[in-house]
Design a protein around this ligand. Sequence first.
Ligand code: SF4
Ligand code: SF4
Length: 170
Amino acid sequence: MTWIERIYIWNILKGMMITLRHLFKRKATINFPEQKRSFSSVFRGLHVLNRDEEGRERCTACGLCAVACPAEAITMEAAERLPGEEQLYREEKYAAKYEINMLRCIFCGLCEEACPKDAIYLSQTFAPSNYSRKGFIYKKDDMLIPNPLTEPETYKKALGERPAKMIGNQ
Ligand code: SF4
Ligand code: SF4
C-alpha cells in the first residue's frame, strides 16, 4: 500500500466523484404517491369483478377461475338467482361469496383467461398496503365494479384503461 492509499484521500475522492456523477443523472426513483409511474399496457393488478352493460353481475360462480388459479387464492360460494333478481345477476347462478387472498395471488392472470363470462379481469391498480393479513383477503364488495347505470362516472374510472376490445363483449 502506498502512502497516498494509506491516507485514503484517493479513495474518498473516487467515492465523491461517483456521487457527483449521479447528481446529474436522471433519477431512477419517483416521488410516489404524488407522482405515479405509468404501467405497461399488459400490467396485471388488482382484480375487478365485472358487470354487464345493464349493471348485472356477470359471474356465474362456475369455479373455473378457482380451478385455474395456481396459487389457490380464490374461494367462492354459489347461490341460485331468485325470481325478481334478474336485474342483479346475469345468469341463473351467481357468486354469493367471492374472495381472493391477495397475499397468495401471483397476478398471473389465469383467472381472467379461464373465465367464460368476462366476469373477472386484472386492472391497472394494485392492492394498497395494509397492517393486517386479513386486510388482504378481498371480498366480493371490494372487487365488484360500480354499476354503470347508477354510477357511470365511478364505473368509467374503475374501468381505467382496459383495452376497448374487452369492454362490453359477450
Ligand atoms: S391472478 Fe393468478 S394467482 Fe391471482 S387469483 Fe388469478 S389465477 Fe390466482
Ligand atoms: S369469475 Fe368467471 S370463471 Fe370465476 S366463477 Fe365467475 S364466471 Fe366462473
